[in-house]
Write a protein that binds this ligand. Sequence first.
Ligand SMILES: Cc1cc2nc3c(=O)[nH]c(=O)nc-3n(C[C@H](O)[C@H](O)[C@H](O)COP(=O)(O)OP(=O)(O)OC[C@H]3O[C@@H](n4cnc5c(N)ncnc54)[C@H](O)[C@@H]3O)c2cc1C
Length: 337
Amino acid sequence: MNQHVRARTPASVSIVGAGIAGTWQALLFAEAGCDVTVHERGNAAMTDSTGHWAGGMLAPFCESETAEPLITRLGLRSLDLWRDALPETPFNGSLVVAHGRDRADFARFGERATGHKRIGAKEIAELEPDLDGRFHDGLYFAREGHVDPRQVVPALHDKLRTAGVTIEFNSEASPDDLDGVVLDCRGIGGRDACPELRGVKGEVAIVETNEIALSRPVRLIHPRWSLYVVPRANHRFLIGATTIESEDRGVSVRSALELLTAAYSVHPAFGEARIVDFGAALRPAFPDNLPRVVAGNRSITVNGLYRHGFLLAPALAEVTVAHVLGTSTDAEVVRCA
Ligand SMILES: Cc1cc2nc3c(=O)[nH]c(=O)nc-3n(C[C@H](O)[C@H](O)[C@H](O)COP(=O)(O)OP(=O)(O)OC[C@H]3O[C@@H](n4cnc5c(N)ncnc54)[C@H](O)[C@@H]3O)c2cc1C
């Protein structure tokens, strides 16, 4: 690090929000040599965060079907940062499948998305033995990964403590009231600082069954409800997720039917699964659905991670640290208030 850079390294950094955005900011600022304190209004279980209900897929290639190139660029960088920070993160790919009648939608997905290999029934069965005979065509995204948000966020919090970061739970804070360099990572709770921010509802179900095992996220292409099943520990599966322009936090009957029908359509064994949880959360999104690092007079806002918080948080933290240290500014992401 040269003298110029060292001169701009802030002595202390306060972060408001210990969700996936704030947690990665804390990690990379601590690694840059700053004294970091994180304020989180919820408790250590993080049940109030949007991330609590997330699928946790690290899927820049699947997401390239609909997302802007910026998401792919930041997402690819994040995969490296996840590997460096938590080498045990599973990177065994994702699988996209469709039933024969939905061939047109499947073909369209394959044309728009990048980073996949077209596979047939035999290769699908090799990857996921329990799906043997259920699908003729699939897309295998070999380089993608996934995390369980309910495990990985506490694991990252442990890592923060080891790095000397102070995390204060049950500590509601206002970025304007804190001194020094302040990062506002409040997600949908930060709307007072970002009036353009909106919440986009995502509903999920968590089910439990030992009649089927999967090793990776499986996305089912369907003309009305393209949904996914993500394997979790202890025979659990997250089935998600709807994307609804609503800030209501309830799970509708229609969504519940669609989520469970999608899982049943991936494999009938899900029909016998036990429902463990149903829930919904609001994805924080700007009008263009792209993330922003907004450098204001009193604080820097990192928000709008929308449906890609786990995918983007590491790269966004790297961008923020580089901007604050004065090494570089990513003009596609960093804005002035
Ligand atoms: C159903 C669903 C599925 C998803 N699946 C995926 C996926 O597969 N992959 C992916 O990458 N992303 C996914 N996402 C998106 C991801 O969950 C979000 O982008 C991410 O959680 C946003 O992170 P955040 O840290 O900005 O916000 P949050 O996770 O909401 O964290 C913000 C934190 O700030 C705290 N806070 C708020 N106000 C204050 C205050 N005044 N003082 C102190 N603390 C405060 C809150 O309590 C909260 O813990 C999904 C989202 C949903 C809803």
